[in-house]
Design a protein around this ligand. Sequence first.
Ligand SMILES: Nc1ncnc2c1ncn2[C@@H]1O[C@H](COP(=O)(O)OP(=O)(O)OP(=O)(O)O)[C@@H](O)[C@H]1O
Ligand SMILES: [Mg+2]
Length: 555
Amino acid sequence: MNVAGNVYLTGVISRLIDAGVNSADMDILLKNGALMLGVTAFTLAFGILASRMAGVVSSGLGNHLRLAMMEQLCLFTASDVDHFTRASFINRMTADVGNVQNMVNIIFSTLLTAVLNIIFILAASVNMDSRLSSILLIAVPLFSVTSVIIVRFAIPYFKKKAQNDDALSRIVLEDLVNMRLIKAFVREEYEDGIYRKAAGEARNNALKAEQITNNSNPLQQLIVNFCVVMLLWFGGHRILAGELQIGELFAFITYINQILYQISLISMFTIPMVSCMVSVRRVCEVIEKEPALSDAREDTGESIADGSIDFDGVYFDYSADTARENMLLQNLNLHIKSGESIGIVGATGSGKSSMIYLLPRLFDIPVGTIRIGGADISRVPLKKLRESIAFATQKSILFSGTIAENLRQGKPDATEEEMIEACRKACIYDFISGSADGFAMRLSEGGSNVSGGQRQRLCLARAFIKESPVLVMDDCTSALDKATEKAVIDHITGSFSGRTKILISSKISSIRRMDRIVVLDKGQIVGIGSHEELFASSEIYRDLCISQGEARNAG
Ligand SMILES: Nc1ncnc2c1ncn2[C@@H]1O[C@H](COP(=O)(O)OP(=O)(O)OP(=O)(O)O)[C@@H](O)[C@H]1O
Ligand SMILES: [Mg+2]
């Protein structure tokens, strides 16, 4: 509406010149003046409305894209995120979505109006004088073709620049996480050098992209100026021949100036537009990526009856195209009764953590079947499956927030008594009750304001509090002193009756009192039995015991 108003105004001015000023008719002057005031107010109101709507549309779209990407992130496995890299994922969710949001705002508030203006001006000029307007009709396609060519040349550099930005974020992310290590190894200069090199590449690609897009400005200016000269030349001749009014030539010059203004508006946004095209592609790549794990969303009728676990002929490798005989985990067959306590032991790198990651389907298996509570885990909805397993992972991960908030990730409605009990069992309650804030003590990012051993015990407490039939603890006593570790193991063996307990450790002292122990060697189960049985029957287990100074009889 405001576009139509603007173009209409030019027509009114033209009529004023030809009819009002030439004949000095006051009545026409007043009438057209009032009309111009009305049209100006009308275009202003619609201009404000258009920019408000642009804000609503762009912020709504930005929010929608962020939520869609977050939804994908929740479905992604670690390998899906690795496909993009963490830094690139963050950039796509923040900078790229921001680019798209800004551009959509610009499109609706400015560019759409500019394009509509050009169309309306062309229509009005054809209506006024079709012969003279052919000059304008040639200019617009010429301008469009040059823009398309320039954009095609610039896009590869904007793509490279986006990759450079990912590399820069990755370096910053790594440096922030490993700040202490960098200082301890005096690597500041080296890291600074890596960043400078990446930043230099980003600058070069940005420079090339901008140089190409900036070429469009003088080129488009040249086309428009050429049109003005042609208009004056042919228009002047037609006025002399009495075929055209001065007001009409004035309107044409105004039209070409308006087109020039709209074109310069469009070319001002060429760089953000091309950069936005690259961002749209990067955002779509995330949204369209099929997660490596497919969730059994519809109810397949499978339900987890208890904490029994069965591995039947399971093979697994992190790489999808490894031949079966070279896979990391090979032919795992293991049957765990509900409520049983199981220790998994083996040399470092033997595949203990990998085996246990398969239970909550952090990775899918190419061969074999895993059942929990009698249900094939590939047929149980992921939410249900993961609710049935409490996991204290090898890497102790806490979130920023209070201790209570972290514990309630295990059980959202946990009472203070339940939290105290879980923390007592994890031997961390003395630390919590001794701190001024108790359960309200704030943990900083990653729990970096507590010690490694305290982190491990908080993670254990979070797993203990979760009411699930299966409790998995992966090497989560490694940072504890011997006395504390013994106290924690005593609680693990003496509590949680009815829950299936799986404790992984490379230390025999941690797992020797479990009902049964599974010995893993190079991805294969080489022994299953109690400590005494294995000491007698398994050479690998016996060697492990001897190397760790563990006696045959359980103590
Ligand atoms: N995300 C991964 N991608 C590719 N390979 C991996 C990945 N995680 C582990 N591996 C490889 O799988 C093998 C087994 O690793 P895993 O973590 O299961 O061993 P582990 O028995 O738990 O060792 P540790 O006692 O040191 O914790 C190792 O050789 C490791 O290099
Ligand atoms: Mg491990």
